[in-house]
Write a protein that binds this ligand. Structure first.
Ligand code: PEP
Ligand code: MN
Length: 362
């Protein structure tokens, strides 16, 4: 006869491989009742593959609720027994790992504030040597892909094979639309670096509020993410942490039902033909753009030579403003946003300055 632990191991593997993989639960395990009630209601939706709850909470400031620690692990184990859904918690130290394993947590995750610290990541990795458990690694709070990759490599080096990534956005100074800016190009680059590794989006910590959750979740699906981790609480407004961003299990179900799930590919010949033709056209246009950019830099080189001969600075602010203004006008007419024009011309300008610098100093 199989034990509960063996059953859970095969169920966890099944869930781990399921797409989309949906993880939900409260930001923090506050009370036994809150954990069990949230888990029961989430289970009723029939859409949750893993239950999450913060046991140890790395809070920015002292005096905030830092989790109930090991005392709350039995609540999560009980939630699993009642619902039959595997569980996941955040671990940041070797002791956390030991406690979580003792209480049969099925999947571990490394939080954003831990991924930034190679000492902590290594400590967790060492504690997991020889253990077969899936581990999800959140991006570091700062937009540093080497730290994110490094944490994954540390886990790989101790022999862990079931690894996944969670994109929870990147923090910055000052108020922005997001609590943590998504910077979508970064998780996309991670997908390229670690092909086949599941990539989960955590819209809760990206948004920091309920209003934008749905659109951020949809965006991640459109970008071919493998699943979602969304915080859910029976009484979000009175949550002990992250009150603004949590949703009730009922609201979560509505959200999940409204999402449009897409396929990465289609075998429909008509679709494939149309896509191939359009992609060929895009390749053609890209080639032309690169040729033109090359020509533009050659003109820059010539200007650089004249400036050098006449001892003139590379940067002339007036001229740069004139270029931008022309580009905004023309770009707008072509349906391009000001934001794109600015970023594009900044890149072109930097390359051009680099070319002229080389000439000036040759
Ligand atoms: C959390 O998931 O509750 C959490 C603390 O997230 P992060 O590590 O992304 O800040
Ligand atoms: Mn949280």
């Amino acid at each position: 006869m199989q034990t509960l632990q063996q059953n859970m191991a095969s169920l966890t593997l099944e869930k781990w491989n399921k797409r989309p993989l949906i993880i939900s639960g409260p930001c923090s395990a506050e009370t036994e009742e809150q954990v069990l009630e949230t888990a029961t209601r989430l289970a009723k939706t029939g859409k949750i593959d893993m239950l999450r709850a913060g046991i140890w909470k790395p809070r920015t400031k002292p005096g905030m609720f830092e989790g109930n620690g090991v005392k709350s692990l039995p609540w999560l184990l009980q939630a699993k027994k009642i619902t039959g859904i595997p569980t996941t918690v955040e671990v940041a130290t070797a002791k956390h790992v030991e406690d979580a394993l003792q209480f049969e947590v099925d999947v571990l995750w490394i939080g954003a504030r831990t991924t930034v610290n190679p000492f902590s990541v290594q400590e967790v990795a060492d504690a997991l040597r020889g253990v077969h458990i899936p581990v999800l690694i959140k991006n570091p709070i700062n937009p540093d892909l080497e730290l994110w990759s490094g944490a994954i490599e540390r886990m790989q080096k101790v022999g862990l094979t079931q690894l996944g990534m969670i994109h929870r956005g990147f923090s910055s100074y000052g108020n922005t639309e997001f609590r943590n800016a998504p910077m979508w190009h970064l998780p996309i680059e991670m997908k390229r670096r670690f092909p086949g590794m599941p990539l989960i989006c955590d819209p809760s910590h990206i948004c920091g509020n309920r209003a934008m959750l749905q659109s951020v979740a949809q965006k991640s699906i459109d970008l071919d993410f493998d699943g979602l981790m969304i915080e859910s609480h029976i009484d979000p407004d009175n949550a002990w942490s992250d009150a603004k961003q949590q949703v009730t299990p009922g609201r979560l179900l509505e959200m999940l039902e409204e999402l449009v799930w897409r396929n990465e590919n289609s075998t429909e010949p008509e679709f494939i033909n149309a896509l191939t033709t359009l992609r060929e056209q895009i390749n053609q246009v890209d080639d032309e753009l690169l040729t033109l950019l090359g020509q533009r830099m050659k003109l820059s080189d010539k200007i650089g030579q004249y400036k050098k001969d006449n001892n003139i600075t590379i940067l002339q602010t007036n001229r740069w403003n004139e270029i931008l203004e022309r580009a905004f006008k023309k770009g707008e007419a072509m349906g391009l946003t000001r934001e794109f024009i600015t970023r594009y011309f900044d890149a072109v300008h930097m390359e051009s300055i680099q070319h002229q610098n080389k000439i000036m100093n040759s």
